[in-house]
Design a protein around this ligand. Structure first.
Ligand code: DQA
Length: 143
Protein backbone atom coordinates (compact mmCIF):
# COMPACT_ATOMS: atom_id res chain seq x y z
CA UNK A 1 0.00 0.00 0.00
CA UNK A 2 1.40 3.36 -1.09
CA UNK A 3 0.16 6.43 0.75
CA UNK A 4 0.47 10.02 -0.40
CA UNK A 5 0.29 12.75 2.25
CA UNK A 6 -0.45 16.19 0.79
CA UNK A 7 0.11 19.35 2.81
CA UNK A 8 -1.26 22.61 1.46
CA UNK A 9 -0.05 26.23 1.66
CA UNK A 10 1.67 27.68 4.71
CA UNK A 11 2.01 24.32 6.43
CA UNK A 12 5.75 24.60 5.80
CA UNK A 13 5.63 27.26 8.54
CA UNK A 14 4.22 24.92 11.20
CA UNK A 15 5.98 25.23 14.52
CA UNK A 16 6.16 29.00 14.19
CA UNK A 17 2.85 29.74 12.47
CA UNK A 18 0.08 30.77 14.93
CA UNK A 19 1.10 28.10 17.45
CA UNK A 20 -1.99 28.78 19.58
CA UNK A 21 -4.07 27.53 16.62
CA UNK A 22 -1.81 25.01 14.91
CA UNK A 23 0.44 23.77 17.72
CA UNK A 24 4.22 23.71 17.97
CA UNK A 25 5.09 20.59 15.98
CA UNK A 26 6.97 21.33 12.75
CA UNK A 27 6.00 19.79 9.42
CA UNK A 28 9.19 17.78 9.57
CA UNK A 29 8.19 16.27 12.94
CA UNK A 30 4.70 15.47 11.65
CA UNK A 31 6.16 13.76 8.58
CA UNK A 32 8.68 11.81 10.68
CA UNK A 33 5.94 10.55 13.02
CA UNK A 34 3.89 9.44 10.01
CA UNK A 35 6.88 7.71 8.45
CA UNK A 36 7.69 5.88 11.70
CA UNK A 37 4.13 4.55 12.01
CA UNK A 38 4.01 3.66 8.32
CA UNK A 39 7.35 1.89 8.56
CA UNK A 40 6.11 -0.28 11.44
CA UNK A 41 3.37 -1.55 9.13
CA UNK A 42 5.57 -1.80 6.05
CA UNK A 43 3.63 0.93 4.28
CA UNK A 44 5.16 3.16 1.65
CA UNK A 45 4.53 6.79 2.51
CA UNK A 46 5.42 9.97 0.63
CA UNK A 47 4.80 13.39 2.20
CA UNK A 48 4.60 16.42 -0.08
CA UNK A 49 4.03 20.09 0.79
CA UNK A 50 3.53 22.98 -1.58
CA UNK A 51 2.31 26.54 -1.47
CA UNK A 52 1.38 26.28 -5.14
CA UNK A 53 -2.03 24.99 -6.11
CA UNK A 54 -0.75 23.61 -9.43
CA UNK A 55 1.94 21.52 -7.77
CA UNK A 56 -0.56 19.99 -5.38
CA UNK A 57 -2.91 19.28 -8.29
CA UNK A 58 -0.16 17.55 -10.27
CA UNK A 59 0.85 15.46 -7.25
CA UNK A 60 -2.76 14.49 -6.47
CA UNK A 61 -3.20 13.47 -10.11
CA UNK A 62 -0.12 11.24 -9.87
CA UNK A 63 -2.03 9.12 -7.36
CA UNK A 64 -3.93 7.68 -10.32
CA UNK A 65 -0.91 5.49 -11.04
CA UNK A 66 1.47 5.88 -8.11
CA UNK A 67 -0.56 5.69 -4.86
CA UNK A 68 -3.38 3.75 -3.23
CA UNK A 69 -4.56 6.24 -0.61
CA UNK A 70 -4.32 9.98 0.01
CA UNK A 71 -4.23 11.88 3.29
CA UNK A 72 -4.68 15.58 2.58
CA UNK A 73 -4.62 18.78 4.55
CA UNK A 74 -5.55 21.23 1.80
CA UNK A 75 -5.03 24.13 4.26
CA UNK A 76 -6.34 27.40 2.73
CA UNK A 77 -7.29 25.55 -0.48
CA UNK A 78 -9.85 23.62 1.58
CA UNK A 79 -12.22 26.52 1.20
CA UNK A 80 -11.40 27.61 -2.35
CA UNK A 81 -10.10 24.93 -4.70
CA UNK A 82 -12.43 23.19 -7.12
CA UNK A 83 -9.37 22.24 -9.18
CA UNK A 84 -7.67 20.37 -6.33
CA UNK A 85 -10.94 18.61 -5.54
CA UNK A 86 -11.16 17.59 -9.22
CA UNK A 87 -7.61 16.22 -9.10
CA UNK A 88 -8.49 14.01 -6.12
CA UNK A 89 -11.57 12.75 -7.96
CA UNK A 90 -9.46 12.15 -11.07
CA UNK A 91 -7.05 10.03 -9.04
CA UNK A 92 -9.90 7.66 -8.20
CA UNK A 93 -8.21 6.93 -4.86
CA UNK A 94 -9.82 7.19 -1.42
CA UNK A 95 -8.77 10.16 0.67
CA UNK A 96 -9.01 11.38 4.24
CA UNK A 97 -9.20 15.14 4.88
CA UNK A 98 -7.31 16.34 7.94
CA UNK A 99 -6.97 19.66 9.73
CA UNK A 100 -4.87 20.57 12.70
CA UNK A 101 -7.45 23.04 13.99
CA UNK A 102 -11.17 22.45 14.41
CA UNK A 103 -12.38 24.37 11.36
CA UNK A 104 -15.97 24.36 12.67
CA UNK A 105 -14.94 26.34 15.76
CA UNK A 106 -13.38 29.09 13.65
CA UNK A 107 -14.51 31.78 11.18
CA UNK A 108 -17.56 30.92 9.14
CA UNK A 109 -15.65 30.89 5.83
CA UNK A 110 -13.69 27.90 7.16
CA UNK A 111 -16.82 25.84 7.77
CA UNK A 112 -17.18 24.96 4.10
CA UNK A 113 -14.80 22.45 2.53
CA UNK A 114 -14.58 21.41 -1.12
CA UNK A 115 -13.24 18.03 0.06
CA UNK A 116 -15.45 16.73 2.85
CA UNK A 117 -18.14 15.20 0.63
CA UNK A 118 -15.60 13.28 -1.46
CA UNK A 119 -13.48 12.12 1.50
CA UNK A 120 -13.80 8.83 3.37
CA UNK A 121 -13.90 11.04 6.47
CA UNK A 122 -12.69 14.28 8.00
CA UNK A 123 -10.44 14.63 11.06
CA UNK A 124 -10.30 18.17 12.37
CA UNK A 125 -9.07 19.69 15.60
CA UNK A 126 -6.55 17.23 17.02
CA UNK A 127 -3.39 19.10 16.10
CA UNK A 128 -0.57 16.93 14.82
CA UNK A 129 -2.56 13.86 15.96
CA UNK A 130 -5.14 14.46 13.22
CA UNK A 131 -2.64 13.03 10.72
CA UNK A 132 -1.78 10.04 12.91
CA UNK A 133 -5.48 9.24 13.42
CA UNK A 134 -5.95 9.25 9.65
CA UNK A 135 -3.06 6.83 9.14
CA UNK A 136 -4.26 4.59 11.99
CA UNK A 137 -7.67 4.42 10.31
CA UNK A 138 -6.08 3.28 7.05
CA UNK A 139 -3.98 0.68 8.89
CA UNK A 140 -7.02 -0.71 10.76
CA UNK A 141 -9.40 -0.72 7.80
CA UNK A 142 -7.44 -1.15 4.59
CA UNK A 143 -4.48 -3.42 5.42
C1 DQA B 1 -6.06 24.16 8.29
C2 DQA B 1 -7.34 25.01 8.45
C3 DQA B 1 -7.52 25.96 7.28
O1 DQA B 1 -8.70 26.74 7.44
C4 DQA B 1 -6.35 26.91 7.19
O2 DQA B 1 -6.46 27.74 6.04
C5 DQA B 1 -5.02 26.20 7.21
C6 DQA B 1 -4.84 25.04 8.07
C7 DQA B 1 -5.77 23.29 9.53
O3 DQA B 1 -4.98 22.37 9.41
O4 DQA B 1 -6.31 23.54 10.61
O5 DQA B 1 -4.06 26.66 6.59
O6 DQA B 1 -6.23 23.31 7.18
Amino acid sequence: MRILVLHGPNLNLLGKREPETYGTATLDQINKNLSTLAGRHKLDINCFQSNCEGELITKAGSALTDYDFIIINPAGFTHTSVALRDALLASGKPCIEVHLSNIYKREEFRHFSYFSDIAVGVISGFGEHSYIFALEYIIKNYL
